[in-house]
Design a protein around this ligand. Sequence first.
Ligand code: NAD
Ligand code: IPM
Ligand code: MN
Length: 353
Amino acid sequence: MKTYDIAALPGDGVGKEVVSSAIEVIGALSDVHGGLAFRFTEFPWNCDYYMEHETMMPPDAMKTLAQFEGVFLGAVGNPAIVPDHVSLWGMLIKIRREFELSINMRPAKKVRGIESPLVNPKSFDLVVVRENSEGEYSEVGGRIHRGADEMAIQNAIFTRKATERAIRFAFELAGKRNKHVTSATKSNGIYHSMPFWDEVFTEVAKEYPDIESRSNHIDALAAFFVTKPYDFDVIVASNLFGDVLTDIGSAIMGSIGIAPSANINLSGKYPSMFEPVHGSAPDIAGKGVANPIGQIWTAKLMLDHFGEEELGRELLTIIEDATEAGIKTPDIGGRSTTAEVTEEICSRIRKKG
Ligand code: NAD
Ligand code: IPM
Ligand code: MN
């Protein structure tokens, strides 16, 4: 029997609620599909841990996590007790960087049984490939002067290596999908990095003559996500542009609570990390109403990553069967609790098994 060893990091707020849901769902899947098992080892690192230890994770955390085949993360952040840049750079962003999780893959599609806020959503099915290691997320810069001259300088870093890697990944992915890549640019306003991004995009595109490509400025692209999301297949974007686009992607699906993501290590040197697009949602944490679908769909991406694509497809079908049957949390217009949605999905897995 193949057993995957996964580190579970529930994190803060609703992260804890939805990670335990998704672990239940994976357990049900493993039960009905002999020959496959997931062993989750949970680590209690979050903002409460920080309050006690003055660090988000212990000093040997990265070494510990490196021994697993995957990291399954809920969400990090409790700004009421720890400033966000401290908690996120101490955990989520630290793991992304130190494990070289250079690609953040974030699909968005029209989901059966979930109403999109768009008047005419048609059927859309896209994937944002977000550069995940550098760009606008940088520690380069500083705060200088005081008083009237006070200022903050924030530099963005765009290396050829990481830019090319993300763009190439997008073309490879499009080759397995609908053969279209859109680049998110802003070379009309951002003087150095974006013309460079465009140059690399044009170069890489030439290597893929069978794949159609185009560039859209990020502002127009954000609008197109709302007016014609069906016009996209794969979109490649810098770290910040990809971050914003994928919240729009989740919104047009119906809720940020359902969007999944995979942070991928391409070298095989470190485990990849799987986490939903949403955060710790302090406004609904502890109420038992968090939508577990983002985390469960994230588990599907983890199955795909391990080559268990058939199981992944089956899981997404069952998620959609459950939403179509009306078993939904309040964010997508239902009245069910996190536990009820989880149980519905588990029982459908067992019935289908
Ligand atoms: P958020 O995603 O936590 O919440 C935005 C809105 O979406 C809220 O109204 C929330 O109730 C709702 N929402 C989010 N997840 C939901 C779910 N599963 N079901 C139903 N509704 C859901 O974003 P925010 O408020 O900007 O951030 C809150 C905290 O989370 C901050 O500390 C932020 O830095 C952190 N954050 C962490 C991650 C991560 O760890 N991956 C991602 C985003 C934000
Ligand atoms: C995400 C989040 C993070 C990001 C934050 C919490 C640092 O918004 O995963 O989308 O911006 O990458
Ligand atoms: Mn985000």
